[in-house]
Design a protein around this ligand. Structure first.
Ligand SMILES: Nc1ncnc2c1ncn2[C@@H]1O[C@H](COP(=O)(O)OP(=O)(O)OP(=O)(O)O)[C@@H](O)[C@H]1O
Length: 271
């Protein structure tokens, strides 16, 4: 079992006495399982992934990761548990002036001594491994590019390439396709799913693209307002459920407010 959540509640400190970001969530995820989390903006997808990754402490309920209660462990042991999973945030925190090769190899930091880490900053320890990971995300030509010269989508895939170099047994991936075109989206998702299947890692992926989630994941979890609305095999997720999940989430049309008549605008534009 990778994760077991029983009535788990999570509250962000900054929210004060406001509603919890996650409210009494029940979730069981087996080792090697792959599932997509969908739901409207603010539903709690990122908070759930951060909680699973042990970067967000729950405020109530039961949480086990790899059979242990991480928040009952001493810091050092919790750190070891954290290293068994890899969280890929939507915007990867990559140092802007770093070379891509160094940024990707940083996934190996938990396995290195301090000395190995320092040496790798000057002379990358295993550029072939970084190249192999980048190639699988269509970024083979960016090995020695500077991170701040990558496009948003390239940076996102660079962050995902780190997952391949980690020794994680659980991949927690937050909106990996948000900056990618359809062809790259499919390549990216296939790479993640193949890698997870090959090493029997658990893959939990939050997605805004509902169709892609339904086409690629056997299990779909719908989150709304911090609660699990459904947790079902994809065949049982109906269009009506999806509609209800996103109800009232459409952006209202923008009605332009004209402060000037067209004639006055035209005159103003000439001066
Ligand atoms: N650091 C924070 N401090 C206070 N409240 C937060 C914080 N992060 C998130 N929240 C709140 O928690 C709730 C869940 O946010 P979360 O980012 O988990 O949603 P999400 O489903 O990932 O949204 P999106 O799809 O827009 O990324 C929201 O109401 C949000 O405003």
């Amino acid at each position: 079992m990778t994760y077991q959540l029983d009535k788990l509640t999570v509250r962000h400190h900054a929210s004060g006495g406001g509603a919890p970001a996650l409210h009494e969530i029940d979730l069981v995820v087996a080792q090697g399982e792959q599932l997509a989390i969908i739901g409207p903006s603010g539903a709690g997808k990122t908070t759930l992934l951060a909680t699973l990754a042990l970067t967000q402490r729950p405020s109530g309920g039961v949480f086990h990761a790899f059979g242990q209660d991480p928040w009952a462990l001493p810091d050092a042991q919790r750190h070891l548990l954290r290293a068994r999973q890899c969280l890929a945030p939507q915007t990867p925190p990559l140092p802007p002036r770093q070379r891509v090769v160094t940024a990707v190899l940083a996934a190996r930091l938990p396995q290195w001594t301090l000395w190995q880490a320092l040496v790798s900053l000057v002379k990358p320890a295993n550029p072939e491994a970084a190249y192999g990971a980048l190639l699988r995300f269509g970024l083979g030509d960016k090995l020695y590019a500077r991170v701040d010269r990558l496009s948003g989508g390239e940076r996102q895939r660079c962050g995902l390439a780190r997952l391949l170099l980690s020794s994680a047994q659980a991949f927690l991936v937050d909106e990996p396709l948000s900056a990618l075109d359809p062809a790259l989206s499919q390549l990216t998702l296939s790479t993640l799913q193949q890698e997870a299947a090959t090493r029997n890692a658990t893959l939990i992926c939050s997605l805004h693209q509902v169709d892609i989630a339904r086409a690629n994941f056997a299990r779909i979890v719908g989150l709304r307002a911090g609660r699990i609305v459904f947790d079902l095999p994809r065949e049982q997720v109906t269009d009506a459920m999806i509609e209800a999940l996103y109800q009232n989430e459409s952006v209202p049309p923008v009605v332009p407010v004209l402060h000037e008549t067209p004639e006055r605008l035209a005159v103003g534009a000439c001066f």
